[in-house]
Ligand binder design. Structure first.
Ligand SMILES: N[C@@H](CCC(=O)N[C@@H](CS)C(=O)NCC(=O)O)C(=O)O
Length: 311
């Protein structure tokens, strides 16, 4: 049993290994790296230098596929989730907790942690359900044949359609909801892989990269702020999978929970986004969803098998 009284904390800030300093290497083998102010001329052919990925060096590599044998655990519910409480993982646990709150018994699920810092995403069992080796991934065993679903947006859509919930059914509402869902899928990599990486994780601060992605992140926040000026939720007056997808990234950002960048990006200026983010953070299912598969910090719930796992 775990207490869920606190709100979602910054997922990445709590990963001790993500926060360890990356190497400050200086390489001149053919191409020159731009380290500590020196310019970089790419060589003719790029080669992988293990260890030069800064804070993510231990899990980044240029090839796909399994690196080791590791079977996935299996629980009793039809839905088996393999994930971690990162922003992409939280989308799915929030969705499932919302469905349970709505009374969908079939949405009860077993959630298993995939410890991405330890390389669990490269075990053969996980790679079978997500060839892209990233959390979250879902196995739906409710039909005659198990269905695997990877990519958080695809999982949200699968669950919304399966339970007929959290996505409008009229063509116009559905189109608006899906447009924002896919907006998130396309936009967040600029915030996470672009801004977050260069601002918080890269082994050196590169002004060009930080400027470029800070500008784009602020533009995206402005897109959301304008949309939320006239709408309670992102795709209208209904809470949908668009909100569930967008909140763990942009909601957490304006609540000061991502990358320690609230002041740098002056997130308080996006008042409609802040209002929306606070409203969503207060939802009981969101609080629970943020806790599931959390393997760090004072409150953890690495596995979830029943609603009674929460206090
Ligand atoms: N587009 C994917 C992104 C998933 C993703 O990037 N997951 C990260 C954690 S938030 C991950 O598993 N990283 C491990 C790795 O890159 O090896 C989705 O939305 O599901």
């Amino acid at each position: 049993m775990y207490n869920i009284s606190t709100s979602c904390d910054n997922h990445l800030r709590r990963f001790p290994k993500f926060l360890s300093d990356g190497p400050r290497v200086k390489r001149n083998d053919k191409g020159k790296r731009r380290m500590n102010g020196k310019s970089y001329t790419p060589p003719k052919v790029w080669t992988w230098k293990p260890g030069n990925g800064g804070r993510f060096a231990s899990i980044n590599r240029p090839t796909a596929g399994a690196t080791h044998e590791k079977a996935l655990p299996m629980g009793k519910h039809p839905l088996q989730l393999y994930s971690l409480a990162t922003p992409n993982g939280v989308k799915v646990t929030v969705m499932l907790e919302e469905l349970v709150v709505l009374g969908h018994q079939g949405a009860e699920y077993d959630a298993w942690p995939i410890r991405i810092n330890d390389g669990d995403q490269f075990g053969n069992g996980f790679v079978e359900i997500n060839p892209n080796s990233k959390v979250p991934a879902l196995l739906d065993r409710s039909g005659p044949n198990p269905i695997r679903i990877f990519e958080s947006g695809a999982i949200l859509l699968h669950l919304a359609e399966k339970f007929g919930s959290l996505m409008p059914s009229d063509p116009s509402g559905r189109a608006e909801c899906l447009s924002w869902l896919f907006w998130q899928m396309g936009s967040a990599p600029f915030l996470g892989g672009g801004f977050g990486h260069f601002y918080a994780y890269a082994p050196e601060k590169i002004e060009y990269a930080i400027d470029r992605y800070a500008m784009e992140s602020k533009r995206q926040l402005d897109v959301l702020d304008r949309q939320l000026a006239g709408n309670r939720y992102v795709s209208g007056n209904e809470y949908t999978i668009a909100d569930i997808a967008i909140w763990p990234w942009y909601g957490q950002l304006v609540l000061g929970e991502l990358y320690g960048a609230a002041e740098f990006l002056q997130v308080h200026e996006y008042r409609n986004v802040v209002r929306w983010a606070q409203e969503i953070a207060a939802r009981p299912a969101v609080k629970r969803g943020c806790l599931v598969n959390r393997t760090w910090g004072p409150e953890q719930l690495p596995e979830r098998h029943a609603s009674s796992d929460f206090i």
